[in-house]
Design a protein around this ligand. Structure first.
Ligand code: SAH
Length: 223
């Protein structure tokens, strides 16, 4: 029996809108476009549109769709943004971001960088992103992202998809004035924090509620 993934994707988007986690047209369009079935392990393809995290390689998980939606909405992604993700995993979340930032063929000035600590996952994500048509839009770097991205540029938006015991200072530094950073902070259960940097560099932090992510590794990660 063949599976109608596009239909399952539409049903998932309806549920996420009903839950109130997809709130804007731009996020909705991205969810309708990105094929999550290409970012899960082949043995989990049938579960690709369940609203749940699923195992990938190295004991890591692809985040639940509702969590990706909450984070995309809170970041207020826009065409042309410079975005940094820490925790590439499957590549699904950065594909959603790429769809919003670079989906419009005229908006070609955005930048998407994603940092992954496990080479095997960086390779997995690269293959997934290529299959789904986002290979050319996303720069994958293998490094310890708890130290920030090993790039000279700073970013308008930063998305951290692993739980940090505390806010990594290098990430605050790499955020442009007027920028937004979203990060789960805590050990076993986390608080999803939205950091907004004011035009003068002042930091405002808002709590968006409880969440559970895999631990951030590395220098500013969970020891
Ligand atoms: N955004 C991913 C979810 C990934 S789960 C997706 O859409 O599938 C968290 C990821 O963070 C894992 O792949 C893990 O290996 C990675 N990670 C953990 N600590 C890291 C660090 N210090 N630097 C970079 N990546 C890290």
């Amino acid at each position: 029996m063949t599976v109608d993934y596009a239909e399952l994707r539409r049903e998932l988007v309806e549920r996420l809108e009903w839950l109130g986690v997809i709130r804007t047209e731009k996020v909705k369009k991205a969810f309708l476009k990105v094929p999550r079935e290409l970012f899960v392990l082949p043995s989990y393809r049938r579960e690709a549109y369940e609203d749940t995290p699923l195992p990938i390689l190295e004991g890591q998980t692809i985040s639940a769709p509702h969590m990706c939606a909450i984070m995309c909405e809170a970041l207020d992604l826009n065409p042309g943004d410079k975005l940094l993700e820490i925790g590439t995993g499957s590549g699904y979340h950065i594909a959603l971001c790429a769809e919003i930032i670079q989906g419009d063929k005229d908006a070609s000035n955005g930048i998407l960088v994603t940092v992954e600590i496990y080479p095997k996952l960086a390779k997995f994500a690269k293959e997934n992103l290529e299959k789904a048509g986002y290979g050319a839009l996303v720069n994958i770097v293998v490094a310890d992202g708890s130290l920030g991205a090993p790039t000279r540029i700073s970013f308008d938006k930063i998305l951290v998809t692993a739980a940090a015991p505390e806010m990594p200072p290098s990430l605050i530094e790499q955020l442009n004035p007027g920028g937004r950073l979203i990060i789960p902070v805590g050990r076993f259960y986390q608080d999803l924090k939205l950091v907004i940097k004011g035009a003068g560099g002042e930091i405002h932090v808002k709590s968006l509620g409880g969440c559970v992510f895999v631990p951030l590794k590395g220098e500013y990660g969970v020891k």
